[in-house]
Write a protein that binds this ligand. Sequence first.
Ligand code: NAP
Length: 328
Amino acid sequence: MKYKQAKRIAEKISIVGLGCWAFSGDGYWDHSDDDKCVNVVHEALDLGVNLFDVAPVYGKGHAETVLGRSLKGRDRSSFLIASKCGLLWDETGREYNCLKKDSILGEIDGSLRRLGVDYIDIYQLHWPDQSTPIAETLEAIAKIRDAGKIRHLGVTNFNTETVARMDEIVPVDSQQGLYNMLERNPRSYHTLDLVYRTERETLPQIIELGQAFFPYTPFLQGLLTGRFKAGGNFSGRDVRRFNPKLNGARYKIYFDAAEKLRAISDNYGHPMYETAFNWLARNPAVTSVIGSSLTPGNIGRTAKALEWEISPEMMKEIDAVIAPFEDL
Ligand SMILES: NC(=O)c1ccc[n+]([C@@H]2O[C@H](COP(=O)([O-])OP(=O)(O)OC[C@H]3O[C@@H](n4cnc5c(N)ncnc54)[C@H](OP(=O)(O)O)[C@@H]3O)[C@@H](O)[C@H]2O)c1
């Protein structure tokens, strides 16, 4: 394994991280099976992966529970848990944003219980909540940090102006944003508008502030692994049915580009998921690539990417394919 050091976090973080959204269970991601997830975590730990990204909303508590079960009995100082708050759900399952003080004070205890730990290393505000003043949110964060329940504050899906303001009150030590070869400054994620442009705005801020950055959806939910076909890649129960870039007319545009990237990878003798990973890992702003995986062996296969780097010639060919996607 290789590790990167972000200025504000003492531990070196493995460049291969593990995103645990797919641990949500059946009805969220196809083939999600708890025992398989536990094995994937153990395989990741054996490879030296030390960052696990999760959220209460993933499977409505289920993913945190499965991650907690996987990490039980392991040396607590050997891994970092990055969980989140602020995306809640009602009795019908409808999700909504809430970063109110009392809500966060309750949410943290639920996450700690499900994960079976005394503290969360990186606690991330999942999405902005326009109806709550950020000062109120930060009051709750300072309180749980001072109580030792969290070590670092992070954000995901926030714009740079808000992050800069927050950072003066409570240090924001990490950010997470949608970023991969075909989503560099994306304006939307599924049906949600994004209020930040990842490559143009977030990444320069990461460097300037010395924060850690975790690009999410690094394989565009599977498209950038080279395993997707022209259609039929997931069932009607899988969350990816809500991603307009992977469905309907728009999918052809993304699939055609992915096929070109796959041909380039093939030519240079590398699997496409390694190219997609290396394209992110080479960026000095990127700390850990939090891809998700349910298939035993895939984390190890991805980690093989650490054995090579994209050459300038290969990068030129990649650039020609991804240039039209710079602002899509
Ligand atoms: N902050 C946010 O708002 C936000 C939003 C979305 C996601 N996230 C985080 O980002 C994480 C990752 O993003 P994601 O779950 O959207 O999808 P992703 O990581 O872009 O793609 C996952 C897909 O890639 C496949 N894959 C991974 N490694 C592979 C390999 N070596 N060979 C072949 N296929 C491989 C997986 O297949 P298998 O399952 O078969 O291995 C799975 O189908 C999430 O789990 C979550 O932690 C955060």
